[in-house]
Design a protein around this ligand. Structure first.
Ligand SMILES: Nc1ncnc2c1ncn2[C@@H]1O[C@H](COP(=O)(O)OP(=O)(O)OP(=O)(O)O)[C@@H](O)[C@H]1O
Length: 655
């Protein structure tokens, strides 16, 4: 037995072993029951009618003298086949129905949810009885009725599971590569929800067997001369006090078979739970694993409000990899709309490296996700202008938009593990977009993927492509994610905290890799980080965000000479460096960033700023171009450090 096989066997436990043995017995009965006992089961012997148990007739005989034991054994085949058939039909219809909303818009999904909730609220057995009566009394009608009655439950389960998976980074990554909705569902969502669906289906077979027996018992299922356990029970139940064995035989068979399927389902569920727990343990060192990321569908910007901020200096129309003017993202909330990104204007030239920095919650990620069309619902995105590589994705039809984003933009997410589909090998994920968009033959797509992996210095690309994401180290996965972005010809690489989940040495390698790709391919890089020192090591320009707005946009050289916004100054002062006096506590920024719902009327940084004036509290400063940078402050700091005497930071005392 392999190591893996041994590990599973040791985790199956007594319930699983009983279930497995029971399943073998049921399979044997289904395959051989009618062959071995079929003749006895239908042999009429009126002289021996209605006998009690004896050595010849273990369970006695029925009213026509047929051997009840033989009938119970031979009846197993029809009982089991009908239960499996009804479960298969119900689950297949339910999964299809549950996957359907993924191709619907928001309104369509709402209507679907209401329809499903109504269908689920209707009692399943009552529905089955109605359908069985309408579809015709008999085995076919009973199977159809029960399949129809269980489909809505499956549909809702599939929908709920699919919705949770669609929020994961790897689905966003695949969406970003332009993978169509149907393909997303088939290759990325369904394989990852298969386990709970299989567990539910196994449990369902037992329930279905009991329900079908119930319909046969009521005379709505299997009709004579055919018989299943429910039918046998119904024919002999009137003798329960005189010859109980004849009635108890089929009853016990139903209960035992139900228990076998329950034991199998429970064992499968326990194995799935164990696997989930061990993957969670494996993932623990990745600091933010699972805490992220609200990126699923979400609209692309529509033209909306007027620009309120000063754009960066003019350049030719072809000079930009990205142009975004007055970008806004809001989420409807119980206390009114929550404005999370509030009028961001940002142009990135071809080949430029721009870093977005700011504390947690400043709107960095949502800005990037809005650009990539990945803001989760119910987020609403508007912009005066949004162009990637000179084209506005908002004006394109869905397939063209997918193609544009998939071929011109690459997104590197924070957690390299959650960015890949755990159910697919690396090779399939890397080649997917180029096969779908560029129409490359499979062999060529594989060659391209291997080239790209080499380009990002992943050793032995052919071996890596045959592995699953969890078999690669964190740094290697992040390189592979970058390679995946390079499968097209990206003009813009959006890297959302690409190093946060990695250890320090690997962080440095990834930052260097992004720099090299920028030089080699000329792709612009938009790097998001809360660590200003990581950004300055890669980027030539730094955009500082606070409370959903840009407060300073400055070249790295000028920034190191001296920041203009007190918030930028405070961020820089809070970076620990080798020159720090170890006896002194680290500098921190006093106070905390405002919540999106409680933004002050004036400058959002005012409550934490040492240079605050009445004007700051009352009026929001516009983002204005001055001294070669953009800054939103009523009291910008002098450009030269020599002119400064104050600091906005305080020293954190020892705990
Ligand atoms: N799906 C959502 N629904 C409602 N509010 C959201 C949603 N996603 C983000 N926000 C809010 O929007 C604001 C900006 O979030 P965003 O993730 O862009 O911040 P960030 O600067 O990237 O922070 P971090 O570094 O922690 O990721 C936060 O206040 C956050 O709570």
């Amino acid at each position: 037995m392999t190591k893996q096989g041994g590990r599973y066997a040791s985790r199956i436990g007594p319930t699983g072993i009983m279930g497995a043995l029971g399943l073998l017995l049921l399979l044997f009965l289904a395959a051989c029951g009618p062959v071995i006992w079929g003749a006895d089961a239908s042999h009429l012997d009126v002289a021996a009618a209605q006998q009690g148990p004896s050595a010849r007739h273990l369970l006695g005989t029925d009213s026509l003298g047929r051997d009840m034991f033989a009938r119970v054994m031979a009846g197993a085949r029809l009982s089991l086949i009908l239960a499996v058939l009804a479960t298969a039909l119900g689950s297949a219809a339910g999964v299809l129905l549950g996957a359907f909303p993924t191709v619907l818009g928001r309104r369509g999904r709402r209507a679907w949810e209401s329809a499903m909730n109504t269908a689920i609220a209707f009692p399943a057995l009552l529905l089955a009885l109605c359908v069985a009566t309408v579809a015709g009394v008999g085995a076919k009608g009973a199977v159809l009725a029960l399949a129809l009655a269980t489909a809505p439950n499956y549909a809702r389960l599939t929908y709920t599971l699919a919705s949770s998976v669609s929020g994961s980074d790897y689905v966003s990554a695949a969406r970003m590569l332009g993978v169509s909705r149907a393909r997303l569902m088939l290759r990325h969502v369904l394989p990852n929800i298969a386990e709970p669906l299989i567990v539910t289906t196994t449990l369902q077979v037992g329930g279905m067997l009991i329900a079908l027996s119930g319909l046969s018992f009521l005379g709505l299922g299997v009709q004579p001369p055919s018989y299943d356990w429910g039918r046998l029970l119904s024919e002999n139940v009137n003798r329960i006090y005189t010859a109980p064995a004849a009635a108890l035989g089929p009853g016990v068979a139903i209960v035992v078979a139900g228990l076998v399927f329950n034991a199998l389902g429970e064992t499968a569920a326990a194995l799935v739970r164990d696997d989930a727990a061990s993957s969670a343990r494996d993932a623990r060192p990745r600091r933010f694993a699972g805490a992220r990321r609200r990126t699923t569908a979400g609209g692309l910007p529509r033209a909306g409000t007027t620009a309120q901020q000063t754009a960066v200096p003019a350049a030719g129309p072809d000079a930009y990899a990205l142009r975004v003017h007055d970008l806004r993202v809001l989420f409807p909330g119980p206390a009114g709309p929550v404005h999370t990104v509030r009028g961001v204007t940002l142009d990135v030239r071809h080949g430029e490296t721009v870093g977005i920095v700011g504390e947690s919650g400043s709107g960095k990620t949502l800005t990037a996700m809005a650009i990539a069309g990945l803001v989760p619902e119910p987020g609403q995105v508007t912009a005066d202008r949004l162009e990637i590589a000179g084209r506005d994705p908002g004006t394109l039809r869905a397939p063209e938009r997918r193609r544009l984003l998939g071929s011109t933009t690459a997104v590197v997410f924070q957690d390299p593990l959650s960015s890949f589909n755990p159910a697919l090998k690396m090779g399939r994920q890397l080649t997917e977009a180029s096969e779908a968009h560029l129409g490359l033959p499979h062999a060529e797509a594989i060659r391209l993927a291997q080239d790209r992996l080499k380009q990002v210095r992943v050793p032995s690309p052919a071996i890596r492509m045959a592995q699953y994401p969890h078999e690669l180290s964190g740094g290697m996965r992040q390189r592979a994610m970058i390679a995946m972005g390079l499968m097209g010809k990206p003009e813009l690489i959006i890297a959302d905290e690409p190093t946060t989940a990695l250890d320090v040495t690997v962080q440095e390698q990834i930052v260097r890799l992004l720099g090299r790709i920028n030089e080699d391919t000329g792709a612009a890089v938009l790097m998001i980080s809360h660590d200003i020192s990581v950004v300055t090591s890669l980027c030539r320009r730094v955009v500082v965000m606070y409370a959903g707005r840009i407060v300073e946009d400055v070249a790295v050289g000028s920034l190191l000479d001296g920041p203009a916004h007190p918030y930028t100054e405070a961020l820089l002062a809070a970076v620990p460096h080798m020159g720090n006096d170890r006896d002194q506590p680290l500098a921190t920024i006093p106070g905390r960033p405002p919540q999106s719902l409680e933004l002050p009327p004036g400058c959002a940084f005012a409550p934490r700023c040492r240079f605050v004036s009445d004007k700051c509290r009352g009026e929001q400063p516009p983002l204005e171009f001055r001294d070669g940078r953009r800054v939103a402050c009523w009291h910008p700091r002098p450009p030269s450090p020599a002119d400064r005497t104050d600091t906005t930071t305080t020293k954190a005392g020892p705990a």
